[in-house]
Design a protein around this ligand. Structure first.
Ligand code: UDX
Length: 443
């Protein structure tokens, strides 16, 4: 039986959930306050760059199972399930700003019709789901939890760039609820995933909330671990890729998320690690491991700038002032236009501070980046960016940079420095082509 779904918030998580749930056969309305976004989505034009998104969007719009609207009240009233997928941006003190979540709770309270399951998809601090249930009650004292509504925590584990694939083939679905009635509705909603034997973890609201933070913090710590190991490998002339490979052969460790780089970025890891540290502190629990990963990640971003500076010294042309640096890759990882907390922000910011001219290229993220830094020269290709540059820095692992023509670079560039913070180039070949080359953790 198709479930009537309303997804509030058509940002990253909301949009993918809306088109995915529609594809499962449910009837879905995606709601947003941004009328322009809604207009574009109803025309089948995605508002984010995400492989596969457009195809699923169009196909589900055509089938009539998916539509978008700015009318939150009517959309909630017809829904059996309301997903909260609005933003929870960090406030100045680092804690999550829940005003948009509260606005949805209010709309739910005011438009309750029949029994409605309210599902939180946004990553929210531990305790938020209970608070949402209380807010609904406060906005509508007649509403009875368990009778008119229930609140469920269903955290999202999508990776940007692989979000569509992750939605249809998740490692697991986590659902926090104490209500058998809500569980029944959620089982119906995700029936398609049951059929492909996706594991479901049923737990309490607080456990579900914490699972999301624990998973993200663990991965952030894992990346930080390999980054520090890479720095050590550099110092003692070891090769981090062989180290990571051998470590990963141990089934207990797994080879995933052991790729060294300029530090993790994105919309989740930086925000969630800081949030869990602050939650720990509120409860008087020692979170020093995650806290030091946060610090080490900031230091890793700085280390990349120091490395470039050291390379200029080795080349006999010390100092960053009045140099021209080509920065290839601005997104926080490949296959996305997202620049939130991307290591490139730190690199470019520091270079500009030091009086360096920056010529940048990214296949998708230049528009977003130019809103942060308009003094950068944005180039149509990686080769345009390299023109006249004293050094070239790769900040994102886009495939087009992997096989970059080094002969062409040699002709275009003024200097001979290449810093590859993602280890995407063949170090030996680049050195043979006459460049001073450094990756991360490669001796
Ligand atoms: C992450 C989680 O993977 C996802 O489950 C959660 O829902 C949201 O946060 P995402 O931020 O899209 O997803 O990107 P991810 O692929 O996890 O990478 C995060 C950051 O870590 C990127 O900056 C990436 O470059 C970096 N990273 C990842 C490494 O530096 N090394 C690695 O081995 C893996």
């Amino acid at each position: 039986m198709a479930v009537n779904v309303c997804v509030v918030g058509t940002g990253y998580v909301g949009l993918i959930a809306a088109l995915g749930l529609a594809d499962f056969g449910n009837s879905v309305v995606g709601v947003d306050v941004d009328a322009k976004k809604i207009e574009s989505l109803n025309k089948g034009i995605p508002t984010i760059y995400e492989p596969g998104c457009e195809e699923y969007l169009r196909r589900n719009l055509e089938s009539g199972r998916l539509q978008f609207s700015t009318d939150i009240g009517a959309s909630i009233a017809r829904a059996d399930v309301v997903f909260i997928a609005v933003g929870t941006p960090p406030k100045e003190d680092g804690s999550a700003d829940l005003q948009y979540v509260e606005m949805v709770a209010r709309s739910v309270a005011e438009n309750l019709d029949g029994y409605t399951v309210v599902v939180t998809k946004s990553t929210v601090p531990v305790g938020t789901n209970r608070w949402v249930a209380e807010r609904i009650k406060a906005f509508n004292p007649k509403a009875k939890e368990g009778e008119n509504y229930d609140v469920v925590s269903n955290p999202e584990f999508l990776r940007e760039g692989k979000a569509v694939q992750d939605f249809f083939h998740p490692d697991r679905i986590v659902i926090g609820t104490g209500s058998p009635k809500a569980r029944e509705v959620m089982e119906e909603l995700y029936r398609a995933l049951y059929l492909i034997q996706t594991p479901f973890v049923w737990c309490s609201l607080e456990t579900a909330e914490l699972i999301k933070y624990a998973a993200n913090a663990f991965l952030a710590v894992k990346i930080t671990f390999i980054n520090q190991m890479a720095n050590l490998a550099e110092a003692v002339n070891g090769d981090i890729h062989q180290i990571a490979k051998a470590m990963g052969m141990d089934g207990r460790i797994s080879p995933k998320f052991l790729h060294p780089g300029p530090g993790y970025g994105g919309s989740c890891f930086p925000k969630d690690t800081r949030a869990i540290v602050s939650t720990g502190e509120q409860h008087g629990v020692d979170m020093s491991l995650i806290k030091s990963a946060v610090e080490a990640n900031d230091a890793q971003k700085e280390r990349m700038v120091a490395k470039l500076e050291a390379m200029f010294e080795t080349a006999g042309t010390p100092g960053l002032a009045d140099k021209t640096v080509a920065v290839l890759g601005l997104a926080f990882k490949a296959e996305t236009d997202d620049i939130r907390e991307t290591p490139a922000l730190n690199m470019v910011g520091r270079l500009l501070e030091k009086g360096t001219r920056v010529q940048a290229h990214d296949p998708k993220a230049m528009d977003n980046f130019s809103r942060e830094f308009d003094e950068v020269l944005y180039c149509a290709s990686e080769f345009d960016a390299a023109k006249g540059a004293d050094a070239l820095v790769i900040m994102t692992e886009w495939n087009i940079y992997r096989n970059i023509d080094t002969d062409r670079l040699r002709k275009l560039m003024r200097g001979r420095i290449i810093l590859d913070t993602r280890n995407v180039l063949d170090a030996e070949r680049v050195k043979e082509a006459g460049f001073l080359y450094q990756g991360v953790g490669r001796g």
